[in-house]
Design a binder for this molecule. Structure first.
Ligand SMILES: [Fe+2]
Length: 260
C-alpha cells in the first residue's frame, strides 16, 4: 500500500501561530510508526506570497527526514517566490504543475491558481500538460491534486471562489480508469464528495476552519481559529482504491510531541 499524507493551507504569515501549527502537523507525520511515502502540500502555503513567509515554509515543511514533500500553489501564493523558495527554480509566473512517482503511484499536481485572483482555473496549457502526463504514465494508479475544489462544497465563502470551468477536468477523470481520486485544499474543511465519478477529498487547513452554510454568519462568524490543525492520510491499496483518514493534532496529543 501507499500512504500519502496531505497538509494544506498552512498560511505561513511570519507570525508564530501558523508556524507552530504546521510544525505540529509535520511532527505528527514524522512520528508515525509507518512513515508516509509522500507528503503533499496543496496550496495557500503562505498567507501573502512574501519571501520571508516562504522561508518559514521551506524550513518547516522540508524537515521530515527522507519523506519526499511536493508542493502546489494556492490563491494566496506567488508563483515566482514559490519557485525560488520551494523548488529551487528560476522565478517565473508560469503554472507550477508536477508529476511525481511514489512507488507504483503517480501523483499529478495541477496549478489551479490564477495570479491576482482568489478563484481558480486550469489554464489550457495545464490541461494539455495533464493529458500528456496521463499518456506518459505507463502503469499504476494515478492521484490528482489541485488547490481549488472543482465543485460546490456548500461553503459560502469558498463556493464563489472555486474552480471555474471544471467540466474538462471532470471529463478527463471520468475517461481514465487509472485515476483513483482528486485531492484539493482551499476550503479549510475536511470534506468528501465525488467528481468525474471518483472520490473528491478536500484536506482541512492546519491554520483554521471555514464554516459551511450551516455555520457561517458574515461578517463576524466566518472562520474558526479554535480547532486543532488537521491532516489527511490517504491509502491507495492493491485494489487501486482510495481510502482517507483525517487526524487533528492537539498539543500534547498522542504523537504531537517533538521528536527527541
Ligand atoms: Fe487557504
Amino acid at each position: 500500500m501507499i500512504l500519502a499524507a496531505q497538509i494544506s493551507d498552512t498560511h505561513f504569515d511570519e507570525a508564530p501561530r501558523n508556524l507552530e501549527r504546521a510544525e505540529r502537523a509535520m511532527t505528527y507525520l514524522a512520528s508515525l510508526r509507518r512513515k508516509p511515502d509522500v507528503i503533499l502540500v496543496t496550496g495557500d502555503i503562505t498567507d501573502s506570497g512574501k519571501p520571508a513567509q516562504y522561508a518559514q515554509a521551506a524550513a518547516t515543511l522540508r524537515g521530515v527526514g527522507d519523506i519526499p514533500v511536493y508542493f502546489l500553489p494556492g490563491n494566496h501564493d506567488d508563483r515566482a517566490a514559490f519557485r525560488t523558495a520551494l523548488l529551487d527554480e528560476t522565478p517565473s509566473t508560469d503554472p507550477i504543475n508536477g508529476a511525481y512517482r511514489v512507488g507504483p503511484l503517480t501523483v499529478l499536481m495541477l496549478d489551479s491558481s490564477v495570479p491576482g485572483e482568489s478563484s481558480g482555473r486550469l489554464a489550457d496549457d495545464t490541461l494539455d500538460w495533464l493529458r500528456e502526463a496521463l499518456a506518459e504514465t505507463l502503469d499504476g494508479p494515478i492521484l490528482l491534486a489541485l488547490h481549488h475544489p472543482p465543485k460546490l462544497l456548500h461553503s459560502p465563502i469558498i463556493d464563489v471562489i472555486g474552480l471555474a470551468e471544471p467540466e474538462t477536468l471532470a471529463d478527463i477523470i471520468a475517461a481514465d480508469d487509472r485515476i483513483v481520486g482528486t485531492l484539493t485544499g482551499h476550503a479549510h474543511s475536511a470534506a468528501a464528495s465525488t467528481f468525474g465519478g471518483k472520490p473528491l477529498i478536500t484536506c482541512p487547513s492546519t491554520a483554521s476552519v471555514l464554516g459551511g452554510v450551516w455555520e457561517v454568519e458574515p461578517p463576524t462568524k466566518v472562520m474558526d481559529y479554535a480547532p486543532d490543525p488537521m491532516v489527511a492520510l490517504h491509502v491507495i491499496d492493491e485494489t487501486n482504491s482510495l481510502t482517507t483518514h483525517f487526524r487533528s493534532v492537539p498539543i500534547g496529543g498522542w504523537l504531537a510531541t517533538p521528536l527527541a
